[in-house]
Design a protein around this ligand. Structure first.
Ligand SMILES: [Zn+2]
Length: 470
């Protein structure tokens, strides 16, 4: 397979040497080394031509003379596709009162750091209706942020994660009283509590919830298989294989993939058996090594978005790159020892962190597809910034820097079923493009040398997205 790919790469080069004949181009990025997100070797001396928000050609620099109304000379620089974060919630990651404009702030920060597409996976502010409104505001130009894919409210059982684990008792009470008034064959939607989430207590209810999301224009279905992560106890119900199957069947009928929240081995196995496409967390208690399970996952095309950020915290909260967007007040709130103690109980659960990393490396080695997602909104997971640290953690797991870049670009698009639209620097794709001063394939931390973000063909005013107010 590898040899075949190399052969293709060699053949592909001559086809690039013809110039397009488009008269008017909005933007040309010239002279850069292009790392196109497909995983093939970087290419020098090429120009990216952008028109009406799309990449229309990638061709030799000689072709591009003065055809564009705007030219960025990126000689000596590196161009990569915009990042895709497949695991986003709307929160800043600090224990502060929620702001009215929390989602706006999260989206602005994502874009600042070069995250040009996100998958919002429900919970606070993540109902299908909220997603629709944000999309409309973004399209109208009153909201600055990445392209928004969404699942709408995630489907979970009554009595388990996240309402009965991490949400306050008042929310549980309100949710229970809503459930008491709802027939079993209807989903219990918590939209009115500001939470994108539905309890599903029968297969009928779950399938109805899936259809509603498909009709609302959502891009995938998110389910919580989780019985309740340690340290919240394991006495919460776990979603059955039958329920997962029923959801997957309805989702597939509606052209949607199912993303599952699972963190333990038995939840992973149920997800796999139920036919879901992948999981959005790392499995923390998988005994090492377990090649058999990895082979089985790979053979089904199963994927993992390990969301490793969630299990650790940045080494340096004074990191200037972080502080570009995160306020003093947020850092102070995160440094509260009581808060750190409470959160660190979550980091300590299951296997040691190095084992979790090794596990991800083992899955990758056996061909399980790995993509980048952060779980932004959780403590110490920072919108946009954590996309960069997540790529670093993927490299620590055993991916090469190039593979980590692919995980954060093309792979994300593939898992969302939108690889024809976005995720690589190729003609016909959305013009989501990052310009870096330094080579990220040398050292993945070089993604921090981000200089320019282009989102749907427009150059982002990153200064306007810097930290606003304390
Ligand atoms: Zn999540």
């Amino acid at each position: 397979m590898l040899n075949y790919l190399r052969f293709l790469t060699v053949l592909a080069i001559p086809t690039l040497v013809s110039c397009s004949s488009m008269p008017e181009i909005d933007l040309a990025i010239t002279g850069a080394t292009i790392i196109d997100g497909t995983g093939t070797a970087p290419v020098n001396g090429m120009t990216i031509l952008v028109k009406e928000g799309q990449i229309v050609a990638v061709e030799p620099d000689d072709c591009a003379e003065a055809k564009a109304s705007h030219v960025i000379d990126a000689t000596g620089k590196y161009v990569v596709p915009g990042l895709i974060d497949l695991h986003v919630h709307f929160g800043r990651g600090a224990p502060l009162p929620r702001r009215e404009d929390e989602a706006d702030e999260v989206l602005a920060r994502q874009l600042y750091y070069g995250v040009t597409s996100i998958l919002q996976l429900g919970a606070t502010g993540g109902s299908a209706d909220s997603i629709r409104k944000l999309r409309e505001r973004r399209a109208a130009g009153s909201l600055r942020g990445p392209f928004i894919y969404g699942t709408g409210g995630h489907l979970t059982l009554q009595g388990t994660h996240p309402i009965y684990t991490i949400f306050p008792p008042a929310i549980r009470k309100a949710a229970d009283s809503m459930a008491a008034k709802t027939p079993l064959d209807e989903p219990v939607d918590l939209d009115s509590l500001g939470i994108g989430l539905s309890f599903v207590r029968s297969e009928e209810a779950a399938q109805k919830a899936v259809r509603e999301r498909a009709q609302a224009g959502m891009d995938a279905i998110k389910i919580t298989v989780e019985s309740g992560p340690t340290p919240f106890g394991d006495d919460h119900p776990q979603m059955s294989v039958e329920m997962i199957r029923a959801i997957v069947a309805e989702a597939n009928r509606n052209g949607l993939e199912v993303f599952a929240h699972a963190t333990s081995r038995d939840e992973l196995e149920a997800t796999l058996e139920g036919g879901a496409s992948g999981i959005v967390h790392a499995v923390r208690n998988l005994p090492l090594p377990d090649a058999d399970l990895a082979v089985q996952m790979a053979s089904k095309g199963f994927w993992v978005v390990p969301t490793l950020n969630l299990l650790t915290r940045p080494d340096d909260l004074e990191d200037p790159f972080l502080r570009d967007t995160v306020s003093e007040q947020e850092i102070t709130s995160l440094s509260n020892p009581e808060f750190v103690k409470r959160v660190s109980a979550r980091w300590d659960c299951g296997a040691p962190f190095d084992d979790v990393l090794a596990n991800v490396g083992m899955l990758h080695e056996h061909g399980v597809l790995i993509a980048m997602g952060t779980d932004t909104g959780n403590p110490f997971v920072f919108p946009g910034y954590s996309a960069h640290t997540e790529m670093e953690l993927l490299v620590r797991s055993g991916l090469t820097p190039m593979e980590a870049l692919v995980a954060a670009t093309r792979r994300g698009a593939e898992l969302l079923g939108v690889a024809g639209e976005v995720g690589t620097i190729q003609a016909g794709k959305r013009a989501d493009i990052l310009i870096l001063a330094e080579d990220p394939t040398e050292d993945i931390r070089n993604t921090r040398s981000l200089e320019t973000v282009v989102s749907e063909g427009l150059i982002v005013d990153r200064d306007a997205l810097l930290r606003r107010g304390e």
